[in-house]
Ligand binder design. Structure first.
Ligand code: G4P
Ligand code: NA
Ligand code: NA
Length: 193
C-alpha cells in the first residue's frame, strides 16, 4: 500500500533491536485518515468472502480492525489481555508468548461473541513471530469459527510469523512488508502494492 509505505519512510523510526517505531501514526497517536484507507483495502480484499466478524487483539490492532469492520458492515471483536483470568467457562482463552517482551499472557474472548457460525477476518497492526495471531486463531478454533484470513498492517518479513501462519493454511495479506531494519534503515520487499 503506497500511502502506508510512504508514511513509514517519512515517520517510522528504527530502534536498534529490530523494532520499528510507528507511534506517531499507528501504535500510540493514530492517523484516522490512514487507518480508514487501510480498513478499506482489507475490506476490499475480503469483500467476497462473507466475513461475519473482524477479530483483533488490544490495543493497537483495534484502530485498523475497526475501520475494516465498518467497511465490511460487521462487528469488531477484540481479544482482551489479562494477567489474572480466573477459570471461567464463558470465555475462550489462549496463551500468547511474546518474544519481544519475553512474557506469556492470556488472551480471551467471550464465547457469546464468537461461534461456529462465524467466518472471521483477523486484523493486527504488526506481524513479527506470529504468536499473537496464533493465539487469535486458537480462540477461533475453540469457538468452532472459520478463519478466512489475516490482514496485517506492517509485516516484519525477516521474522517467522508469515511462515507460521501460512503453514497453518491461513491466507496472509500484509500492506507493508519489511525485509530488513538493519543499519537504521527500513528496507521494503518490493512487491508492496
Ligand atoms: P508476535 O505476536 O508476532 O509474535 O510479536 P511479538 O510477541 O514479537 O510482539 C509483541 C508486541 O510488539 C505486539 O504488540 C506486536 O504488535 C508488537 N511489535 C512487534 N514488532 C514490533 C515492531 O517492530 N514495532 C512495534 N511498534 N511493535 C511491534 P503488543 O504489545 O502485544 O500489543 P499492543 O498492546 O502494543 O497493541
Ligand atoms: Na503494538
Ligand atoms: Na498488535
Amino acid at each position: 500500500m503506497k500511502e502506508l509505505v510512504a508514511r513509514i519512510k517519512e515517520d517510522g523510526r528504527v530502534l536498534g533491536d529490530g523494532v520499528l517505531k510507528v507511534d506517531s501514526f499507528v501504535t500510540h497517536q493514530v492517523d484516522p485518515v490512514l487507518m480508514e484507507a487501510i480498513g478499506k483495502v482489507f475490506a476490499d480484499v475480503f469483500r467476497a468472502a462473507n466475513i461475519t466478524k473482524v477479530v483483533t487483539i488490544e490495543a493497537s490492532g483495534i484502530a485498523p480492525a475497526l475501520y475494516t469492520a465498518q467497511k465490511l458492515g460487521v462487528p469488531l471483536v477484540f481479544a482482551r489481555k489479562s494477567k489474572s483470568l480466573t477459570m471461567n467457562e464463558e470465555l475462550l482463552t489462549a496463551q500468547v508468548y511474546s518474544f519481544t517482551k519475553q512474557v506469556t499472557s492470556t488472551v480471551s474472548i467471550s464465547k457469546k461473541f464468537l461461534t461456529e457460525d462465524d467466518n472471521v477476518l483477523l486484523i493486527d497492526d504488526f506481524l513479527a513471530n506470529g504468536q499473537a495471531a496464533k493465539g487469535l486463531i486458537e480462540l477461533c478454533q475453540q469457538a468452532g469459527a472459520h478463519v478466512e484470513g489475516i490482514g496485517i498492517v506492517i509485516e516484519k518479513s525477516f521474522q517467522d510469523g508469515r511462515e507460521l501462519l501460512e503453514n497453518m493454511g491461513i491466507k496472509v495479506v500484509s500492506l507493508a512488508r519489511i525485509a530488513s531494519l538493519k543499519a537504521g534503515e527500513v528496507e521494503f520487499i518490493e512487491e508492496d502494492a
